[in-house]
Design a protein around this ligand. Structure first.
Ligand code: 1OR
Length: 299
């Protein structure tokens, strides 16, 4: 029979590599655990991988505002997790925008405590895609070296990101997002499976998740009446989250179904840019008892 070991995608497990280890005092360990607690990037690691990552992370205090941690175009060396403070992201997008006199380009976002950055160059062996600068005095980062990142996080977390990215590219509601915004959604998704006839959402329940249909088919019911059907790339479960209301319909799998779910916090944080679209693209041409109709499609 085939052992689990031989199913690993590379021969990495047979060489002598072991992750670097930086001693930490109990106070540091406490802070570090808290910093990565809510980060999806670390939620799919097994115990051994977690302790290897915790051991390999190195504390990097950033004492002042305005310190450049990453320069766009540089080679990638570290991946960073933000424990304290915040960091501005600048992109010098040669083709479109005239770079400012400081050469930084445009500010495209801010990364807060609990967030992370610097993964792209390590994942894709590409130059740094953005410049990252501390936005407050007294920030704290934890840095993970390139090799440990690739050996551990790429085989777990970022393999998932790559898998979902392909799917999310085909999801119409997300097509206006940047590839990077879709990547962040990928990191937060969880897959769930359902058999034909399974109830995915119960009318009247409180809403905790948003759903994207990865494969199979499902249908929405209000009481006994079917009001919508869903195919690959469709979404549901947004209304209860948008309106803080009970589930307005039940959703039932009509075949074997795989859904990718996003928890309420991630939904609010990551789908903000398409909230208007989510509110408008509902129930087109379907009698649902929901008054809201897409103004673009009602004529
Ligand atoms: P990196 O290794 O390329 C810079 O180093 C990091 O900035 C990058 O990894 C990401 O972790 C982070 N586009 C590209 N990189 C971004 C972006 C971004 N935001 C943060 N990073 N965009 C901002 C999306 C809100 C897209 C701009 C068009």
């Amino acid at each position: 029979s085939v052992s689990a070991e031989s199913l690993k995608p590379s021969a990495d497990s047979y060489d002598n590599w072991s992750p670097p280890f930086t001693e930490k005092n109990p106070e540091q360990v406490e802070r570090l655990k808290y910093a990565i607690e809510g980060n999806f990037l670390f939620s799919h690691l097994d115990d051994e991988q977690s302790s290897q990552i915790l051991g390999a992370l190195v504390e990097k205090p950033i004492p002042a505002r305005g310190i450049k941690v990453i320069s766009q175009g540089d080679a990638g060396d570290y991946f960073y997790v933000v424990e304290r403070g915040s960091f501005d992201v600048y992109v010098n997008d040669c083709g479109f925008i005239e770079p400012g006199p400081d050469g930084l380009g445009n500010k495209v976002g801010t990364i807060q405590a609990g967030g992370s950055f610097g993964e792209l160059a390590l994942m894709y062996n590409a130059p740094r895609a953005a410049t990252i600068i501390s936005a407050e005095g007294s920030c704290t980062l934890w840095a993970l070296d390139r090799v440990t990142f690739r050996r551990i996080l790429m085989e777990s977390t970022f393999a998932r990101r790559r898998m979902y990215e392909n799917f999310l590219e085909e999801v119409p509601i997300l097509s206006s997002l940047t590839p990077y915004e879709r990547s962040k959604i990928s990191d937060a998704l969880e897959t769930q499976k359902f058999a034909p006839g399974d109830v995915i959402i119960h009318e009247g329940d409180p809403g905790h998740s948003f759903y994207l249909l990865e494969s199979g088919e499902a249908a929405a019911f209000k009481g006994e009446e079917q009001v919508l059907s869903y195919k690959k790339g469709d979404f549901f479960g947004e209304l209860a989250l948008l309106n803080d209301a009970p589930r307005a319909a039940s959703v039932i799998a009509t075949s074997d179904v795989k859904v990718a779910t996003l928890g309420k916090n991630a939904f609010q944080r990551l789908l903000g840019p398409v909230e208007g679209l989510l509110r408008r693209t509902r129930y087109l041409g379907v009698k649902t008892g929901v008054e809201e109709m897409d103004p673009l499609h009602t004529q």
